[in-house]
Design a protein around this ligand. Sequence first.
Ligand SMILES: [Zn+2]
Length: 89
Amino acid sequence: MAASDQWLDDEGVRAPRGSVHAWRIGTNQTLCGIPLRKAGLRRFPHVLWPDARWLADTTDERLALCHRCAAAAGEHRDRRPWTRRRPRP
Ligand SMILES: [Zn+2]
């Protein structure tokens, strides 16, 4: 993950806050194409997308998860984008 801000959880582990994007280790941009350095985003190699979602749901911290990254991360891969309908008689 990459995010514009950070906070420390109960165990002192850095967690993302602010505008949060998906980021893969070894790349220098977010999944939606934002250059990390240019945008001033911090890297959170220990935080995965489901973790960030969980943090957004369970903490009072403000996490604005990027919907473009959510789509790119395959959040809705279990939903079919298109279903075949029976042709009209
Ligand atoms: Zn993004």
